[in-house]
Design a protein around this ligand. Structure first.
Ligand code: ZN
Length: 218
């Protein structure tokens, strides 16, 4: 199998804000957590909380690891020897954990990612890594859906792309209206997934939605 590197388009604004020159130090970030603990009404110097700020900041490094990843690079290695394979490629039920940019609480869900290759395919695990690179940021679900689909289209230039995200938002289940169990579904269909009803139906039936599932192109 031969591998080539695409030369992705000029990078966009989705890149490493973490590299920004004015990024606060770890000490400043931990001090900010102590302020929030005090604001909540507790004592950051008591035994149970004394190491909490450093734990929170280490958690943040995991929660927001996406800022250190370039989604274009994840897809850069493609394969062109596919023995004439020209059917849909689908990776479904990709669990993701993201964080609502309005409340900074988790958005937990599943992504279904599909494309119809033109001539290049990408290692299937890269689709899951692509989802994570966008999930591990402060997000809204609509934007994340579009970013995944648009990046696949830009880098692989396939005949079509379909992305569906289903997620529950803790800002809705644990605060505000307190509606547990409600899940939000977003989708973005490009190329043949948008224009060809049979392609879209095939994708929806693979991921388990009825063919009547209405697709809004966000
Ligand atoms: Zn929210």
């Amino acid at each position: 199998m031969s591998a080539t590197r695409n030369s992705p388009n000029a990078s966009s604004d989705i890149q490493d804000h973490a590299d920004q020159a004015d990024r606060p130090s770890r000490e400043e970030a931990e001090a900010a957590v102590r302020v929030l603990i005090r604001w909540a009404g507790d004592d950051p110097s008591r035994e149970g909380l004394v190491d909490t700020p450093s734990r929170v900041i280490r958690s943040y490094e995991e929660f927001f690891a996406g800022y250190t990843q370039n989604p274009h690079d994840i897809l850069a290695r493609t394969f062109s020897e596919v023995q004439g394979y020209d059917e849909m490629i689908v990776l479904k039920d990709i669990r993701f954990e993201s964080y609502c940019e309005h409340h900074m609480v988790p958005i937990i869900g599943r992504a279904h990612v599909a494309y119809l290759p033109r001539e290049r395919v990408v290692g299937i695990s890269k689709l899951a890594r692509l989802v994570d690179a966008f999930a591990k940021r402060l997000q809204i679900q609509e934007k994340m859906t579009a970013q995944i689909a648009d990046t696949l289209e830009e880098v692989l230039q396939p005949l079509g792309v379909g992305v569906i995200l289903e997620a529950t938002h803790q800002c809705m289940s644990t605060r505000g209206v307190h509606k547990a169990g409600a899940s939000m579904v977003t989708s973005r269909m490009l190329g043949t997934f948008r224009d060809d009803p049979s392609t879209r139906r095939e994708f929806l039936s693979i991921v388990g939605h009825s063919s009547g599932f209405s697709v809004s192109n966000s």
